[in-house]
Design a protein around this ligand. Structure first.
Ligand code: NAD
Length: 449
């Protein structure tokens, strides 16, 4: 299948005409958008993407088509604050590619949001939805604001102003935002409500809504659950046995880390060490994750869990295990860490945990890396399920959501693995090759007239 897709890409490339490019020219065509102040995660991911483009040997015109955004919108949001003062906030929506379906991507509220950042993140969504084979393109939005400095009322006003400013380019079949950094189900509920005032009842205009307000069952656990399915498939492919046969170390005990820990533990896996931002705990016999979750939910520090012993949190990644799961923040596995990891595989539940330099060291050491663009795709997949339920006006059972998520994760893994084997490339490059081929095929089969 992989070779057929590759052939399709080449054929389509020649239809667009143009020269075959070497690495030097390729770097030039990546454009300023991919070099300036992009967040390091997006920047690193684009370096990985470049590697896949070299493998595919696409001509320059095709690359430009795939890499540059279709539409960018910059707006100013004027908000009257609680004290009567007027504040102006910059906001952006970048629509990168919609060849495979409506634009899809989060909305972040952060003081460092800028257009370059949003642009790069929009492109990542195109590749992520393509890897997961859900019928969406990629987009991203953001407001340059520190939400901690705003009251809830001000945050609501800001969100409603944003909807009014961008309502003509978003929509249920056009562009579907979702939560991202510092935005949550409450923000999505305001978004849905405001948009519906102008366009009529439109629950499908955003995902990540509260479950009682057109959200989906299973969304909260989706990324951790998807990670667990991904691990199961990887272990099978590597002939390493079952989830229950492995020892796991997890960095991060938030939404993704805690759900992955819980589901691995329920499947009989031994989670031997876990950390959060404040500390870490280990137990070589395996931590009782149910008890640990109760302990943390009770407001107690993770490291003080009586079912294990505290270890320095900076040692977490180096703790011996079979499967290491970074599920916290980006950039934590650089070359120095990569030299010292004591695991067989790294499963990237967080976005961008491995730097390109770290990745090279892991490759040299023969440590398999399951890339973020696939591993944490369970979140956007269940967002897609939420949207489908909104279109159907029908709520699926949680079992149904989980079963369909399993199928999506399993199928996406099979596609990655086929390219990995056929092209002799790491799984990360394979993921980008799969994504690029799927988007290219859609572009060309839709035509350019
Ligand atoms: P979260 O905020 O719920 O949890 C983050 C966890 O990481 C917390 O336990 C926090 O204490 C810990 N942490 C923060 N800084 C740390 C540090 N320096 N060292 C160790 N631990 C640290 O976030 P989340 O939703 O679980 O997301 C985790 C990662 O997964 C992020 O990279 C996010 O972008 C990615 N992701 C999340 C989803 C999702 O659906 N939530 C989807 C795709 C990707």
């Amino acid at each position: 299948m992989a070779s057929a897709l590759l052939a399709c890409g080449r054929q389509l490339s020649s239809a667009l005409g143009g020269l075959s490019l070497g690495q030097q020219a390729l770097n030039l065509t990546m454009g300023a958008a991919f070099r300036r102040h992009a967040s390091s995660h997006a920047e690193n991911t684009n370096m990985f993407l470049r590697e896949a483009l070299v493998k595919l040997d696409y001509p320059e015109k095709l690359q430009n088509l795939l890499l540059t955004p279709r539409r960018e919108m910059s707006v100013e949001l004027v908000v009257q604050m609680d004290d009567g003062q007027i504040e102006v906030f910059n906001a952006y929506r970048v629509q990168h590619n919609n060849a495979r379906g409506p634009y899809k991507g989060g909305l972040r509220y952060h003081p460092q949001v800028d257009l370059d950042d949003v642009r790069s993140l929009a492109s990542l969504m195109t590749w992520k939805t393509a890897v997961m084979d859900i019928p969406y393109g990629g987009a991203k939005g953001g407001v340059t604001v520190d939400p901690r400095k705003l009251s809830e009322r001000e945050l609501e006003k800001l969100t409603r102003k944003l909807v009014v400013a961008i309502k003509e380019i978003i929509g249920t079949y056009e562009d579907i935002p979702a939560p991202d950094m510092n935005t949550d189900a409450k923000v999505m509920a305001w978004f849905f409500d405001e948009y519906s005032k102008y366009k009529g009842f439109s629950p499908g205009v955003v995902t990540g809504k509260p479950v009682y307000l057109h959200g989906s069952l299973g969304r909260e656990a989706a990324t951790g659950r998807g990670t667990t399915f991904a691990i199961r498939e990887l272990l099978k492919a590597l002939h390493m046995g079952k989830i229950a046969d492995q020892k796991y170390v997890i960095q991060g005990f938030g939404n993704v880390g805690a759900w992955a820990a819980q589901l691995l533990w329920e499947a009989g896996g031994k989670v031997v060490a876990i950390s959060d931002v404040a500390g870490a705990v280990h137990n070589e016999q395996g931590l009782d994750i149910g008890a640990l979750r109760k302990h943390v939910a009770g407001g107690k520090p993770l490291a003080e869990f009586s079912g294990g012993a505290a270890i320095p949190k900076q040692d977490i990644l180096l703790h011996p295990c079979d499967v290491l799961i970074p599920a916290a923040i980006g950039g934590v596995i650089g070359p120095e860490e990569a030299k010292k990891l004591q695991c067989k595989v790294v499963v990237e539940a967080a976005n961008g945990p491995t730097t390109p330099e770290g990745d090279t060291v892991l490759r040299d050491r023969g440590i398999t890396v399951l890339p973020d663009i696939y591993t944490n795709g369970g979140g956007v997949t269940v967002s897609f399920f939420e949207w489908v339920q909104n279109l159907q006006n029908f709520k699926w059972e949680e079992d149904d959501v989980n079963r369909k998520l399993d199928r999506k994760m399993t199928d996406a893994f099979a596609a990655l693995w086929a390219v990995h084997k056929e092209m002799h490339v790491p799984l990360r490059t394979a993921a980008f090759v799969v994504a690029l081929q799927r988007v290219t095929r859609a572009e060309v089969h839709r035509g350019f007239d």
